[in-house]
Design a protein around this ligand. Structure first.
Ligand SMILES: NC(=O)c1ccc[n+]([C@@H]2O[C@H](COP(=O)([O-])OP(=O)(O)OC[C@H]3O[C@@H](n4cnc5c(N)ncnc54)[C@H](OP(=O)(O)O)[C@@H]3O)[C@@H](O)[C@H]2O)c1
Length: 247
């Protein structure tokens, strides 16, 4: 673990104003890290700062590369970067495909990561950790997840490629594959969410995984292993099973 220019161990977490990112910010702050908490909602970031004095705001829209650069001018060198911000919207009627929705989800969950990497990776210390939040939805095609699933499958690919290319820089890359976590993002879901975990449980598992330089962090295991097994089925069989879920 390095101690950066401000004498503290610095972790940057995007999407820290809510849900998993907020729980992660508090978890790291409670462990003595200096947390740079990202998000667009300044009020939510301010309320987080009131909870813990180790938390500092990094307020910007990550789909806007100029806004990221402007917000990042005072960042010190970083020890851990967790690219966690994301959104989820479903395609309700594939025959009448909503291109604007597709673009919104891909921009927020995938394209923005390129802007974040460009701005923040040069600040990451040798021996540091980079973690990208994907989803267990990336394991296999799920109904209505054309936009969300495609964005997260691409995030997984991106993380694994970075893991290969950043090895020579001694940067450990983790891809995070959560199952269902109870957050504002999943509060909108109108279907059953098996094995739902709390944001605090998710934060503890992610913290441990990054601390141990795990290349993949997936949880809860009873749910993610089942999805991994189902992903081994021949696609025509999965297609029949998945089609039943939409009836
Ligand atoms: N909850 C789950 O079951 C689950 C499962 C698998 C994967 N995930 C992934 O986990 C991550 C966190 O999800 P969550 O459930 O904690 O959702 P959440 O409570 O809705 O939080 C999403 C976070 O992303 C930030 N964000 C969204 N768009 C942004 C933008 N354009 N610029 C900057 N920040 C932006 C939001 O901040 P502002 O609103 O302040 O901008 C918020 O802090 C996401 O990548 C999600 O896909 C979640």
């Amino acid at each position: 673990m390095n101690h950066s220019t401000n004498g503290l161990v610095n972790v940057l977490i995007s999407g820290a104003s809510s849900g998993i990112g907020r729980a992660l910010a508090l978890h790291y702050a409670n462990q003595g890290y200096c947390v740079w908490a990202g998000g667009r909602n300044l009020d939510a970031l301010k309320s987080l700062m009131e909870v813990h004095r180790n938390i500092l705001p990094l307020c910007c829209d990550i789909t806007n590369p100029e806004a990221i650069k402007a917000a990042s001018v005072s960042l010190p060198s970083l020890d851990i970067i967790i690219l966690n911000a994301g959104t989820c919207e479903y395609i309700d009627e594939a025959k009448h495909f909503d291109g604007a929705l597709f673009s919104r989800v891909i921009n927020t969950n995938l394209i923005s990561i390129g802007y974040c990497l460009e701005a923040w990776l040069p600040l990451l210390s040798t021996g540091g950790n980079l973690a990208l939040t994907s989803s267990s939805a990336s394991f296999l095609p799920l109904p209505r997840a054309e936009a969300y699933g495609a964005s997260k499958a691409a995030v997984t690919y991106l993380a694994r490629t970075l893991s290969i290319d950043l090895k020579k820089d001694d940067i450990h890359v983790s891809v995070i594959h959560p199952g269902f976590v109870e957050t504002p993002l999943t509060d909108k879901n109108d279907f059953p969410m098996p094995c739902l975990v709390s944001p605090d449980q998710a934060a503890e598992i992610i913290y441990q995984g990054i601390s141990h330089n795990k290349s993949e962090i997936h949880f809860p295991k009873r749910f993610t292993w089942l999805l991994k097994l189902l992903s081994l089925l021949p696609f025509p069989i999965w297609k029949k099973l998945a089609a039943r879920m939409t009836k």
